[in-house]
Design a protein around this ligand. Structure first.
Ligand code: HXC
Length: 514
């Protein structure tokens, strides 16, 4: 056969497979506001950068008439490409082929690209759109999932792993995303659940829609399973691309440097924190007043809003931010915010990203609900994550730093490298009101005018303790700085921490309070 004919034959074979489950199935996919698997890869990667592998892989299942069925590419596309020049390995499940269900060969394609990503030390992106284990292939499908989960775990902390949920993600299939670093969801399109509405109806007799059970909003606002929420696939891909610019390709590298730019003047750092310590403010404005170009990329924006996490750049270097948010529940620490912060701290530590912590915390949230939900165990995760982290750790105490919150929020005692405090900082065991009521109770009760005496004692306590100078006199705070000096102090601290080198005692691994 002449070579041109052979090339034409290859082209025809490719074109046929590129049609996936066929025009009808593609129409159905589009009607749901979804792109095809191939379109998704093309939209996400740099133009002409995608190299596809295993296009011709077919399943070899025999039961339930499977021997009569051809499933193009076995319902998943794998390959590698680049995003803004950064190499990435990628797989995208094709729902138009047997509902993107995962059979043995489908799973082998995914594990092949996972192995490739780990060996080449590049990020892995998985686009999930699947009815879960391919029922006709029985235990082979389950084996396939097991192989994926194992690799997710082994790759954890070595290469970044991103999961994009662009359709159903049912049954055990949700556990691969849950083992990865970042989960992206899109309104109305993404669904994640272990047992679907049908099973719930059969077992519990309860009716619930897929959306209410495990839609994008549920996982962004309630469960905390999702890190990024978007209104469309397009917005979701923009988020993925932006994230890729902030993170290194693997744990042996640092994130790429970008040309630094000054924060925008509209974020006037001197005016953000109100003089009255009981008034709230948006801590994201403080972050925007500090980071390059005021560009703050928030993570888990809709979950446990009392703590803010995300990436920004300081002098061109990626930096992780953890900040109490006085706008939500006065910025207390609780079960959910502790989980949110602790995992992010560990992410930054695994991938060589310095952490800046902005503190304004009245302490841990009191109450039976929190105690019974395990605030001791979950709160301890923050202590563990900060203590264990060896990346540069910089802390700025903006206002309240009370009790356990003071210790937990990257204090000197958990080995923060630099601790700064604004003059508005109040570092104490508890707030002045509570403290005065306890330690001066006898004087207050026996006074002719208890209210006046209480006020006087509160003022006394404030003067003595509700300031940064006691902590500064012990060296727990390195410098009391003006808000306008914050960026300068932090940039310098990050610069001098460039070659930070600390070692931990030899161990197989620690036992964080999971
Ligand atoms: C084989 C499947 C499939 C599956 C869907 N399909 N899921 N084939 N195995 N798990 C096929 C359908 O038969 C159909 O084929 C095509 O995909 C499209 O599916 P529809 O049902 O028509 O689509 P839709 O109405 O959009 O509903 C999507 C869905 C639903 C919600 C995902 O298909 C569904 O509930 N599927 C089963 C989900 C599930 O229970 N999975 C197993 C979980 S157990 P045709 O030929 O008609 O086009 C599990 C265990 C793993 O995953 C454990 C690991 C630890």
């Amino acid at each position: 056969m002449p070579i041109n004919k052979k090339i034409r034959e290859l082209q025809e074979k490719r074109e046929k497979i590129h049609l996936g489950g066929g025009e009808q199935a593609i129409k159905k996919q589009k009607a749901m506001g979804k792109r095809t698997a191939r379109e998704r890869i093309m939209a996400l990667l740099d133009e002409n950068s995608f190299n596809e592998y295993d296009l011709f892989v077919e399943h070899d299942a025999r039961d339930f008439d499977m021997d009569k069925k051809s499933l193009p590419s076995d319902g998943v596309i794998i390959g590698s490409g680049t995003i803004y020049g950064a190499p990435v390995a990628i797989f995208a499940q094709d729902f138009t082929v047997a509902g993107g269900s995962l059979g043995l060969m489908h799973s082998r394609k995914i594990t092949k690209i996972m192995d490739h990503a780990l060996k080449m030390r590049m990020p892995l992106i998985g686009i999930n759109d699947s009815g879960g284990a391919r029922i006709q292939e029985g235990v082979n499908s389950l084996a396939g999932y097991g192989e994926i989960f194992f690799r997710n775990t082994i790759s954890s902390g070595v290469i970044p792993q991103l999961s994009v949920i662009l359709g159903p993600c049912a049954g055990g299939a949700v556990y691969s995303p849950a083992l990865t670093d970042f989960v992206f969801v899109v309104d109305k399109i993404s669904k994640m659940f272990i047992t679907g509405p049908e099973v719930i109806k059969t077992v519990l007799g309860e009716e619930i829609s897929m959306e209410e059970l495990g839609g994008a909003r549920v996982h962004s606002e309630v469960t905390g399973n999702a890190h990024f929420f978007a209104m469309s696939e397009e917005e979701c891909f923009d988020q993925i691309k932006k994230l890729i610019t902030f993170i290194p390709w693997n744990n042996g590298q640092k994130a790429r440097m970008f040309e630094p730019g000054e924060p925008k003047p509209e974020y006037n750092i001197n005016k953000i924190v109100p003089e009255d310590p009981t008034l709230p403010y948006d801590v994201k404005d403080v972050i925007r007043a500090i980071v390059d170009n005021s560009d703050f990329f928030e993570i888990m924006e809709l979950y446990a809003k009392n703590i803010v996490i995300g990436f920004g750049r300081m002098g061109g270097r990626t930096t992780g931010f953890v900040a109490n948010q006085p706008l939500e529940m006065a910025g207390v620490l609780d079960v959910d915010s502790s989980d949110k912060a602790a995992r992010f701290i560990r992410y930054c530590d695994a991938f060589n990203i310095p952490i800046i912590t902005l503190v304004d915390v009245p302490g841990y949230l009191p109450g039976v609900d929190q105690e019974h939900a395990g605030v001791i165990r979950h709160g301890a995760k923050v202590l563990y994550a900060y203590s264990e982290a060896t990346v540069p750790k910089l802390t700025v105490i903006l206002r309240k730093a009370y009790g356990g919150g003071y210790i937990a929020m990257s204090s000197r005692h958990l080995r923060a490298d630099f601790v700064f405090a604004w003059p508005s900082a109040e570092i104490a065991v508890m707030g002045p009101e509570g403290a005065a009521n306890i330690i001066f109770r006898k004087e207050i009760m026996s006074s002719d005018d208890p209210d006046r005496m209480r006020k006087q004692k509160v003022e006394e306590y404030k003067t003595k303790f509700a300031n940064p100078y006691v902590a500064a006199s012990r060296g727990y705070v390195d410098a009391v700085i003006e808000p306008s000096e914050t960026r300068k102090f932090l940039m310098h601290s990050i610069e001098v921490s460039e070659n930070k080198d600390v070692s931990m005692p030899q161990k197989k691994h620690g036992l964080p309070p999971f």
